[in-house]
Design a protein. Structure first.
Length: 193
């Protein structure tokens, strides 16, 4: 059902980031431009006292988010274009969330667009190389497959490191292109000598 959330937990914090109130509900429905929470519990926290529990069947909760704000979260980065992804990154950063994974994917979209050029230069260099021609077509195909898989392994590994925060997003997305790009330039320059 559109405008319905399930298994909701909202925690309200004070200025020192201590919880003051928490609302847990089985579901929430968007009705008449407001959220109605059903079958839940309000826990009120007070300093130096036990929490106060209040069960409810339904209550109106004032939230700034609309159903459309929650629908964006369900979209995968692979389904977004570059500009849409950049807009989404700004949105989640403004809400205080970590956007590292999305930044890596945005840089990866640009970096990946150059893969075909880099691998084509490597392939052309191998096909025109005198030493590689002696092995025949089957050897050239095998070398091409190995290079292609090697690129995918390096690209996937560095993206994973970037998404986990071990590498900066820019480095993570461009490492494979840099390594294979340098290799392509080297092989191409070697042809001229």
């Amino acid at each position: 059902m559109a405008g319905t959330l399930k298994g909701i937990r909202i925690t309200y914090l004070d200025r020192t980031m201590n919880p003051t109130k928490r609302i847990d509900a089985a579901r929430a429905v968007w009705l008449n431009d407001t959220w109605v929470f059903y079958e839940g519990l309000i826990t009120t926290f007070a300093r130096n006292r036990l929490p106060v529990l209040e069960y409810f069947d339904s209550i109106v909760v004032d939230l700034p988010e609309k159903p459309s704000d929650f629908m964006i979260v369900q979209k995968d980065t692979e389904e977004m274009g570059y500009l849409e992804l950049r807009k989404y990154i700004k949105k989640i950063q403004s809400e205080g969330y970590d956007a590292t994974r999305y930044i890596v994917d945005a840089h990866g979209k640009i970096a990946f667009s150059l893969v075909s050029v880099i691998l084509a230069v490597i392939g052309i260099s191998f096909s025109l190389s005198k030493s590689e021609r002696s092995g025949g077509i089957s050897q050239s195909i095998a070398v091409g497959i190995v290079i292609g898989f090697s690129y995918w392994i390096v690209y996937g590994f560095t993206l994973s490191l970037g998404r986990s925060g071990s590498l900066p997003p820019l480095v993570a997305a461009w490492t494979a292109n840099s390594l294979f790009g340098v290799g392509a330039i080297y092989l191409f320059m070697k042809l001229k000598t």
